[in-house]
Design a binder for this molecule. Structure first.
Ligand code: PLP
Ligand code: TYF
Length: 397
């Protein structure tokens, strides 16, 4: 039956972890996969999450099927976190929110609904982007192209290229944008640049998908959602994918949400039926556990405040590690990598070539992606100087 089946290549990012696990060097550092780690190099279990889990355990709750679009209380809380508790669009009933299997599942469901809504099956993603954006859209029948984004020379965003490429897109083209903490580069759009994108989206009737996998990891939970809230206030209709993998450190629970900002409540009702169908045909109903944890925390004032503190601590620690890396590089004689402090989120495009990234692995046991992406959220006081020295050595090799 499977004799003629050819194997597909390993996911390059998870493949790095496999290589890292086989490395026996005691100094090895995994800056490959995007997972936040604490000062001791562990993926944390947040204190608020543990507290709630213990409570849920003690209650011994049954596990019925949730609705296909997820728990209603969860959806309400997830929606408020993205759009703001006082959002007029929420009050008007024109935002459809459904629990999703992480940010990945949000995109999967969005792609199904988009493809039913418009005959234009073209999509554009940033060059570069998270590889799953391309894979998921292609799987849903989209022809996926790229818009210019990363400007290696200027260590930032090629805004002119981006706007030119969006201007050339046909009406109805799906445009995937990263709300904040761009994966993989770490470079985000400024407020003015977002305004220009929004103007184009309106003028050319582009279909925006805004991926927010890192809410709270750039400037703050509200600050990081500001663009989305402004687009809603401006009257745009679009879709948001949001994830609790990072800001609740619930990677393995597969918990996120997809939000459809519709023109009115009537349109929202029709969209909701499509969303439920997409869920039913993909996985029937989403899982309960992560949704219960997140709902309990977000709907309790004290727990929520404690969680916000934990998100703040993660964000601040990442920023301090960026500074420590730049300091370490300076101490090692590398003075042109200050740009690391201008990037946001878990990732840094460090500008090293594929060959240099391989040298970093083979000679120094430091693992980042071929494209030069380092997960700075996996740095800690015990490895940051080692990594800085290794980068300096590779640069002068
Ligand atoms: N979108 C982007 C831009 C990401 O970097 C990630 C990475 O984890 C995701 C979506 C997927 O998030 P999740 O693990 O919640 O599915
Ligand atoms: O970019 C990352 O490292 C994270 C995690 O197929 C990830 O977004 C990596 C690869 C993948 C799914 C998630």
């Amino acid at each position: 039956l499977f004799a003629g089946l050819r194997a597909t290549p390993n996911d390059p990012i998870f493949g790095l972890t496999d290589r890292f696990n086989k490395d026996t060097d005691p100094n090895k550092v995994n800056l490959g996969v995007g997972m936040y780690q604490d000062a001791h190099g562990a993926v944390p279990l947040l204190k608020t999450v543990l507290k709630v889990e213990n409570g849920l355990d003690a209650q011994g709750l049954p596990r019925p099927y949730p609705p296909m679009d997820g728990l209603a209380d969860y959806n309400r809380e997830a929606q408020k976190l993205v759009f703001g508790a006082d959002s007029p669009a929420i009050a008007a009933g024109r935002i459809v929110t459904a629990q999703s299997l992480g940010g990945t599942g949000a995109l999967t469901v969005a792609a199904d609904v988009y493809s039913a809504a418009s005959p234009n099956h073209a999509a554009l993603v940033s060059s570069p982007t998270w590889a799953n954006h391309i894979a998921i859209l292609q799987r849903a029948g989209y022809t996926v192209g790229t818009y210019r984004y990363y400007d290696a020379q200027r260590h930032g965003v090629d805004v002119d290229g981006l706007l030119a490429d969006l201007s050339a897109a046909e009406a109805g083209t799906v445009i995937v944008l990263h709300e904040c903490c761009h994966n993989p580069t770490g470079y985000d759009l400024t407020r003015e640049q977002w305004d220009a994108v929004a103007q184009l989206a309106r003028d050319r009737r582009l279909t925006l998908f805004i991926d927010m996998a890192y809410q709270g990891f750039s400037e703050g939970l509200d600050e990081d959602a500001e663009t989305i809230r402004r687009l809603v206030a401006d009257g745009l209709t679009f879709v948001v994918g949001s994830s609790f993998s990072k800001n609740f450190s619930l990677y393995g629970e597969r918990i996120g949400a997809v939000h459809f900002v519709c023109a009115d409540a009537d349109e929202a009702e029709r969209v909701r039926s499509r969303v439920k169908t997409a869920a039913r045909e993909n996985y029937s109903t989403p899982p309960l556990h992560g949704a219960r944890i997140v709902t309990t925390i977000l709907s309790d004032e004290q727990l929520r405040a404690q969680w916000v503190e934990e998100v703040t601590a993660m964000r601040e620690r990442i920023k301090s590690m960026r500074r420590a890396l730049v300091d370490g590089l300076n101490a090692a004689g590398v003075h042109d990598m200050e740009f690391i402090n201008t990037q946001a989120g878990m990732f840094s495009y460090c500008g090293l070539s594929k060959e240099q990234m391989e040298l970093l692995r083979t000679e120094h046991h430091v693992y980042g992606t071929d494209a030069g992406r380092l997960c700075v959220a996996a740095l800690n006081p015990g490895n940051v100087d080692y990594v800085a020295t290794a980068i300096a050595a590779v640069r002068s090799a």
